[in-house]
Design a protein around this ligand. Structure first.
Ligand SMILES: NC(=O)c1ccc[n+]([C@@H]2O[C@H](COP(=O)([O-])OP(=O)(O)OC[C@H]3O[C@@H](n4cnc5c(N)ncnc54)[C@H](OP(=O)(O)O)[C@@H]3O)[C@@H](O)[C@H]2O)c1
Length: 323
C-alpha cells in the first residue's frame, strides 16, 4: 500500500529519512480493526520520529510508517476517528498511566498510509457534527491540549491562561479550547504574524515571546521548553500551575526553586488524554461550535512539503494530509 515512512533516524537532517512509497499491507490482529485513511494530520512527534527521538526507552524500530492521528472508514463503511493511545490489554483506568501505552508510529505503523490498524476501542464512530478533516487533527495535539486545560491546569472559567507559542498545532488548540471554556487566554509568539493569528483565533491578548506581562496568570501551558520555561514560571500568580506538555526547544531547563517555594507553584506534566477525554472534547467542540484551525491541506503524496514547512517553522494550526 501507499505510505509515508521513516527509513532511519536522522537527528540533524530529518527530511533525509522521509520516504514516500510502498509498504506492505497491515495484518489485522484479533480485536483490532482496519481503518481506510481519508485524512491524517501532522504532529511535531513525526519530526521527532524521523530524528530518532522517542519517549520510550525501547526506541524506534525502522522502517516505520509515520502519523499519529487519522480519520477514515472501517471495512463496513463506518466513519471513524482514531483515538491514538493504545496499551496493555489488561490495563483498566486512565490510559495515560498505563506503563505500556504508545501511539501509532511508535511500536505499530502509523496513519500516513492507505490503511492503519488500531484496537477496536480506538476507532471512535464519527458524529455527524464533525467532518473527517477536522476530526483528523484531534487525536494528539488537541487531545493533549484538552487534558492539560481541563484535568491538569486547575483553571476555572474567568481565570487567566498563558499559552506559550501561538502558531503551532498545540497552541492553536489551547487558544480555541481555552476561549470556548471561558478562560482569559493570553498568548506569546516569536512573530507579530503569530500574535495577530492568535488574536484572530480568539486570544484576548498576545505578547512577544519572553516579554514581561502586565499581570500574572493563574496557569501557563508550555510546549516549547527551554526557550520559554523561565518566562512562564516568572509569569505565574501565587498558587499558580505551570503545565509542561513538551520541549520543542529542549527538555532540560534551568529551575530556580525559590519562586516554586515562595509562590507555591505546582509544576505539572501532561501527556495525551484518555478515551473519555477524547469523547468529551468531541462533544465540547460540537456544542461550542469550535472548528479546529487547519493551516494546510495536502494530498499525502506531497507530505514532504508539510514536513519541510514544520521543520523550517512555517506552519500554523494543523497540517492535514488527504488520501
Ligand atoms: N504531551 C503530549 O502529549 C504532546 C502532544 C502533542 C505535542 N506535544 C509537544 O508539543 C510541542 C508542540 O507540538 P506541535 O505539534 O504543536 O508543534 P508545532 O505545530 O510545530 O508548533 C511549534 C510551536 O512552538 C513555538 N515555538 C517557539 N519557539 C520555537 C522554536 N525555536 N522552534 C519551533 N517552534 C517554536 C511556536 O510558536 P510561535 O511560532 O508562535 O512562536 C509553535 O507554537 C512538541 O514539542 C510536541 O512534542 C506533546
Amino acid at each position: 500500500m501507499f505510505a509515508v515512512y521513516a527509513t532511519h533516524a536522522a537527528l540533524d537532517d530529518p527530511l533525509s529519512a522521509l520516504k514516500v512509497g510502498e509498504r506492505p499491507d497491515p495484518d489485522v490482529p484479533e480485536g483490532w480493526v482496519r481503518v481506510k485513511v481519508s485524512h491524517a494530520s501532522l504532529n511535531r512527534h513525526d519530526l521527532f520520529t524521523l530524528r530518532g527521538l522517542s519517549g520510550h526507552p525501547e526506541g524506534i524500530c525502522y522502517p516505520i510508517i509515520l502519523g499519529n492521528d487519522a480519520a477514515g472508514t472501517l471495512d463496513d463503511g463506518t466513519p471513524v476517528v482514531v483515538y491514538p493511545v493504545m496499551g496493555g490489554t489488561d490495563w483498566r483506568g486512565d490510559e495515560t498511566l498505563d506503563p505500556q501505552w504508545h501511539i501509532p508510529s511508535e511500536f505499530v505503523d502509523g496513519t500516513f498510509a492507505d490503511y492503519t490498524i488500531v484496537p477496536r476501542r480506538n476507532a471512535i464512530p464519527l458524529p455527524g457534527t464533525l467532518s473527517p478533516l477536522h476530526a483528523s487533527v484531534l487525536g494528539t495535539a488537541w487531545l493533549t491540549a484538552y487534558r492539560a486545560l481541563f484535568t491538569r491546569s486547575g483553571l476555572r472559567a474567568g481565570e487567566t491562561l498563558l499559552v506559550q507559542g501561538a502558531t503551532g498545532g498545540m497552541a492553536t488548540a489551547l487558544i480555541q479550547l481555552g476561549r470556548a471554556a471561558g478562560f482569559e487566554v493570553w498568548v506569546t509568539s516569536r512573530s507579530e504574524e503569530g500574535r495577530a493569528r492568535a488574536r484572530a483565533l480568539g486570544a484576548h491578548e498576545s505578547f512577544p515571546a519572553n516579554e514581561a506581562l502586565p499581570r500574572r496568570a493563574r496557569a501557563v501551558i508550555d510546549s516549547i521548553g527551554l526557550d520559554s520555561w523561565a518566562h512562564g514560571l516568572s509569569s505565574l500568580a501565587r498558587g499558580g500551575t505551570p503545565v509542561t506538555v513538551g520541549g520543542t526547544t529542549g527538555f532540560e531547563v534551568p529551575l530556580n526553586l525559590l519562586p516554586v517555594v515562595a509562590d507555591q507553584l505546582t509544576i505539572t506534566g501532561s501527556i495525551m488524554g484518555t478515551l473519555k477525554d477524547m469523547e468529551d472534547m468531541m462533544r465540547l467542540i460540537a456544542r461550542a461550535g469550535v472548528e479546529p484551525e487547519i493551516g494546510a491541506v495536502l494530498p499525502m503524496e506531497r507530505a514532504e512539503e508539510g514536513f519541510r514547512a514544520m521543520w523550517e517553522g512555517r506552519t500554523h494550526g494543523k497540517t492535514v494530509f488527504t488520501r
